[in-house]
Design a protein around this ligand. Structure first.
Ligand SMILES: Cc1ncc(COP(=O)(O)O)c(C=O)c1O
Length: 419
């Protein structure tokens, strides 16, 4: 690369990832095939529209790329329609709001501070500003409070209900959620961004056939490039026609919400990389990968609990752990910093009913997708739990934290990033 300044930064980031433990649960390490597709000439091409109906010439090949990505998404998840164009998870969710509701309509989602995402109705996000957002929460035990949610649905009758989370360590009961949505004939939208890889691996129940619309980012447990897809069932899409807001028309409503509703030209390099990731996720080995992510998270949870860490809900069913550090007398931010100095990347996070402010919360969130991609298993998780405990105990002590970092680095040599 001729741009030495950027080349140096790319190399430095690769080194940081290689020599450390990436434990932010929304992150992962992609394959070199995904990276090749991302770095391809496909990025040069404009192709507003959909395969066969483009506003630009020269789209024969990118049409094939997008059709392949769509077909692979449909087959992998078992749905009749997939839109693979959303630039990322937030615009995918935005498109779903526009497809299913009008500005000012009532919508519902899990409150950010209880594990939801900003786009699920946070007041300072478009979803809370342009829509009348009603937010549900978890109970004191950290589990989704289905009873309270049902009462809110009956009271507010939302047009749509977003279900999904960025920091929820348990599984979603999709059928129960469907029944709750049906109390007000609301559309049920499953945002499986965090758990998509677990869903396709059979390591988390699937909302397919239960939720009306499913959105997911492609870059988390699904292990693809940054991007997103929207999945649904219904009549074949006709993005050239306006469609009434009924379930049969979901494919057309979604496609029209993406373009002309929200986006311009699709990112064809990203679409190709998504297609590669979907192919990888369809291989038998991916089932084992999903199973191992959860097994690793459970091992980590048990090891940390055994040395006094308080896990929200008492454990995990998926890829992540949410730890309330109040009893350890350390704030989330200080733990994040100490762990960072020890070569372990996590993020500070609110815990349900946090007594501290959202920007300076009581907890940390950590997960196992990236470590599992590197081939780490239960034995390594036991070791990682020990390092986490030592680093949190040693916070502020640079010498001790640097010593842990060296041990971490030694382990990572045996678990290279994918090539
Ligand atoms: C549940 C959920 N939905 C949506 C998003 C948004 O994705 P992006 O960051 O790609 O916009 C995230 C990202 O963290 C997420 O966790």
């Amino acid at each position: 690369m001729n741009d030495t300044a950027i080349a140096r930064l790319i190399a430095a980031e690769e080194k940081r990832q290689r020599e450390g433990l990436e434990m932010i649960p929304s992150e992962n390490h992609t394959s070199s095939d995904v990276l090749k597709a991302l770095g391809s000439r496909l990025t040069d091409k404009y192709s507003e529209g959909y395969p066969g109906i483009r506003y630009y010439g020269g789209c024969e090949i990118v049409d094939e790329v997008e059709n392949l990505a769509r077909k692979r998404a449909q087959a992998l998840f078992g749905v009749s329609h997939a839109n693979v164009q959303p630039y990322s998870g937030s615009p995918a969710n935005m498109a779903v709001y526009f497809a299913l509701a009008d500005p000012g309509d009532t919508v519902m989602g899990l409150e950010l501070y209880y594990g939801g995402h900003m786009t699920h109705g946070l007041k300072v996000n478009f979803s809370g500003k342009w829509f009348n957002s009603v937010q549900y929460r978890t109970g004191k035990d950290g589990y989704l409070d289905y009873g309270a949610m049902a009462a809110l649905v009956q009271e507010h009758k939302p047009k749509l209900i977003f279900v999904g989370a960025t920091a929820y360590p348990r599984v979603f009961d999709w059928q129960k959620l469907r029944d709750i949505a049906d109390l007000a004939q609301s559309f049920l939208v499953a945002d499986i961004s965090h758990i998509a890889g677990l869903v396709v691996a059979g390591a988390h129940p699937s909302p397919v056939g239960i939720a009306d619309v499913i959105t997911t980012t492609t870059h988390k447990t699904l292990r693809g490039p940054r991007g997103a897809i929207i999945l649904c069932n219904g009549l074949p899409s006709n993005p050239l026609k306006r469609a009434e807001r009924v379930k049969e028309n979901l494919p057309t409503l979604i496609d029209r919400a993406i373009i002309p509703g929200l986006q311009g030209g699709p990112h064809n390099h990203q679409t190709a990389a998504i297609a590669v990731a979907l192919h990888e996720a369809a291989q038998p080995a991916f089932k084992e990968y999903g199973r191992q992510i959860v097994a690793n998270a459970k091992t980590l949870a048990a090891a940390l609990s055994s040395v006094g860490y308080e896990l929200v809900t008492g454990g995990t069913d998926n890829h992540l752990l949410l730890i309330d550090l109040t009893n350890k007398n350390i704030k989330g931010a200080d733990a994040e910093k100490a762990l960072g100095m020890a070569g372990i990347t996590v993020n500070k996070n609110t815990v349900p009913f946090d007594s501290r402010p959202p920007f300076d919360p009581s907890g940390i969130r950590l997960g196992t997708p990236a470590l599992t991609t590197r081939g780490m298993k239960e034995t390594e998780m036991e070791q990682v739990a020990q390092w986490i405990d030592r680093a949190i105990t040693a916070h502020g002590n640079e010498k001790k934290l640097t010593a842990i970092k060296q041990e971490v680095r030694a382990l990572t040599e045996a678990f290279p990033l994918p090539n």
